[in-house]
Design a protein around this ligand. Structure first.
Ligand code: FAD
Length: 471
C-alpha cells in the first residue's frame, strides 16, 4: 500500500498501477519533464482535471503581459490519478445529493450546487469547441433507473418538491414510471419498457426490472484527452510541467519573504503560492485534511459486445440503482463500448480493500467479477451480445466527510489554496473549482468573489467534520 513515512496516502508508483482504458493512447506530454526550477510563482501539485483547469486558467484565460511562473508537478504520468481512471460521465447531479444538501443546508444552498454542476455542460462544450479539443465530448440523456420501489418513491417525492418549487433546472428532468406496456407494444420487449409519461412517448431505457426513474441531459467524454490537451495548451503558454515528480513535504511556515519550501523527489522548489490539486492524496501534504478527505478506491471497466453479435442500442448513459447503496454508473462510448463502474456494494464490507486505501495499483477482488455478464443481466436485448469485460482498473477518489468538495484558502496557511475532495463525482464540479482556486491564487480574490457555491468553501470547521459520509 502506498503511504508515505508519516502514514499518509500517497500516489502509487507508476509501475504496477492498473491500466485504465483511457490511458491506452498516451499523449506526448505523459512523461514530460524539464530541469526542475528552484523557484516559481505558483506551484500546482497534481496533474489531473483540477491541475489542468488551474494551469489553463492561470496562463491562457487570465493572460497577462508578464505571465507568472507557473509550475505543475505530478507524482506519476500526466493524468494518472482519478481523472485518468474514471467513468467519463459528465453528469450533473440534480436531485440525488441535492436531497442530502437540502436537509443539512437548506434548499437555496443546495440549488446553487445543482446550477453550478449543470453549468459545466455548456462551459465544457464551449471550451472544447474553442480549443478544438478531440475528447469525444458527447451530449445525450442520462437514465437514472431504480430497481427498488421504496428508493424510487423517496427520489420521486424529492423530485416533486423541486418541481413544486418551480426550479428552472427541473424543466428537462422527466419522471419515468414503469407502465403496463403490453397493451400498446405487445410485440416488443413486453414488460420492463418505461414510458416517459410527460411526453406520452415510449422512451425505452431497456433496463430489466426497473421500477421507474428519471431522465435528464448529460454528457460523456474521454477525460484523459481533455486534460492532456488543456495542459498542452498551457505548456505552449509557458507552463513548466514536471511529471514523475512526487512532492514529499511542504515547509510548515513560509520564509520571511513569503516562499514555501516544497521538497520533491528531484529537488526543492520555493513557491510563493501553492495550489493543491491532489484530490484523494491531499492529506499526505496537508495533514489537516486527514479527516475531511479520505482516499477511497473504486473499480471501473470497459465492456464490449462480441463483434457482430446482436444487442440493443442504448439511448443514453445510465445510473442503475439496484437498491440503497448499490449503484452502477455507465456510459456508451461513441465506438459502442461501455464504460461501467461502481458496484461498491459488492466489496463495501471488506473495508481494507477500498477505505483509506490510495493504491490504484491493485484491483478490488470482489468488484471485478460483478461486471462479468453485467450487460446481459441488466439490459433487455443483450442476452446474446457476448458482452465481455475488456479492461478493468481501479482508481482512488477523494471522499469528503460531508460529501462536498473543499475549495479556497487553506486555513492558516497564507498563499496555499485547494480544490479537492470530489467524491467520485468530479467531472461536473472540479473544472470550475480548479479555476476558482487559480483565481484566488493569482488575483488575491476572496472565495466569495469566485462565484462558487457557498457550500464548497474550505474552512477550519470543515476540517473537524461533524458528518462522516465516507463509509
Ligand atoms: C473509478 C472512478 C470512477 C469515477 N467516475 C466518475 C465519473 O464517471 N464521473 C465523475 O464526475 N467523476 C468520476 N470520478 C471522480 C473523478 O474522476 C474525480 O472527481 C476527478 O477526476 C478529480 O480530479 P482531480 O484533478 O481533483 O484528481 P486526480 O485526477 O486524482 O488528480 C490528482 C493528481 O494529483 C497527483 N498527486 C497527488 N499527490 C501528489 C504529490 N504528493 N505529489 C505530486 N503529485 C501528486 C496524483 O498523482 C494525481 O494525478 C471517478 C473516480 C474514480 C476513481
Amino acid at each position: 500500500m502506498s503511504f508515505n513515512q508519516k502514514g499518509k496516502p500517497f500516489p502509487q508508483p507508476a509501475v504496477g498501477s492498473t491500466q485504465p482504458f483511457w490511458r491506452t493512447e498516451p499523449h506526448p506530454l505523459d512523461d514530460h519533464q524539464t530541469p526542475l526550477p528552484t523557484e516559481t510563482d505558483i506551484l500546482i501539485i497534481g496533474g489531473g482535471y483540477v491541475g489542468a483547469s488551474a494551469a489553463y486558467r492561470l496562463l491562457v484565460e487570465n493572460k497577462q503581459k508578464i505571465p507568472p511562473r507557473v509550475t505543475l508537478v505530478e507524482a506519476r504520468g500526466l493524468c494518472s490519478g482519478a481523472t485518468g481512471r474514471n467513468g467519463g460521465h459528465l453528469r450533473p447531479d440534480i436531485y440525488s445529493a441535492t436531497a442530502l444538501f437540502t436537509e443539512r443546508h437548506g434548499l437555496e444552498a443546495a440549488a446553487e450546487v445543482v446550477r453550478f454542476e449543470i453549468s459545466h455542460l455548456k462551459l465544457l462544450e464551449e471550451l472544447v469547441r474553442k480549443e478544438k479539443i478531440d475528447c469525444e465530448l458527447t451530449f445525450t440523456r442520462s437514465y437514472d433507473m431504480y430497481l427498488d420501489e421504496d428508493q424510487l418513491k423517496k427520489a420521486k417525492a424529492f423530485y416533486d418538491l423541486l418541481v413544486a418549487q418551480g426550479f428552472d433546472f427541473m424543466d428537462d428532468v422527466n419522471y419515468m414510471a414503469q407502465s403496463d406496456t403490453q397493451k400498446v407494444r405487445a410485440n416488443i420487449f413486453a414488460v420492463d419498457l418505461l414510458f416517459d409519461i410527460d411526453h406520452k412517448l415510449p422512451k425505452t431505457a431497456h433496463v430489466r426490472d426497473a421500477k421507474g426513474g428519471f431522465s435528464f441531459p448529460t454528457g460523456h467524454l474521454w477525460p484523459y484527452k481533455l486534460v492532456t490537451s488543456l495542459v498542452n495548451i498551457a505548456v505552449s503558454h509557458g507552463l513548466d510541467l514536471q511529471t514523475h515528480t512526487p512532492v514529499s513535504e511542504i515547509s510548515d511556515t513560509p520564509t520571511a519573504d513569503g516562499l514555501w519550501s516544497v521538497t520533491t523527489s528531484r529537488g526543492v522548489i520555493k513557491a510563493r503560492k501553492i495550489i493543491f490539486a491532489t484530490n484523494a492524496f491531499t492529506s499526505a501534504l496537508a495533514p489537516q485534511y486527514e479527516r475531511a478527505i479520505v482516499p477511497c478506491k473504486g473499480v471501473c471497466t470497459q465492456i464490449a459486445a462480441a463483434p457482430g453479435a446482436p444487442h440493443q442500442e442504448l439511448p443514453g448513459t445510465y445510473a442503475i440503482r439496484l437498491g440503497p447503496n448499490a449503484y452502477i454508473y455507465q456510459i456508451t462510448r461513441n465506438d459502442g463500448t461501455i464504460i461501467a463502474g461502481g458496484a461498491s456494494h459488492t466489496f463495501r464490507d471488506d473495508t481494507e480493500q477500498w477505505y483509506n486505501n490510495p493504491d490504484d495499483g491493485k484491483l478490488i477482488d470482489v468488484g471485478v467479477d460483478f461486471f462479468d455478464g453485467y450487460m446481459q443481466r441488466t439490459f433487455l436485448g443483450w442476452a446474446d451480445s457476448g458482452a465481455e469485460v475488456k479492461h478493468v482498473w481501479t482508481g482512488v477518489m477523494g471522499y469528503s466527510a460531508d460529501s462536498l468538495p473543499h475549495v479556497g484558502s487553506v486555513p492558516g496557511k497564507q498563499g496555499q489554496f485547494i480544490a479537492a475532495g470530489f467524491n467520485g463525482h468530479g467531472m461536473p464540479v472540479a473544472f470550475l473549482s480548479g479555476k476558482a482556486a487559480a483565481d484566488m491564487a493569482q488575483k488575491s480574490i476572496s472565495f466569495e468573489e469566485t462565484g462558487l457555491p457557498r457550500l464548497f468553501k474550505t474552512s477550519e470547521a470543515r476540517l473537524k467534520p461533524i458528518y462522516d459520509d465516507t463509509r
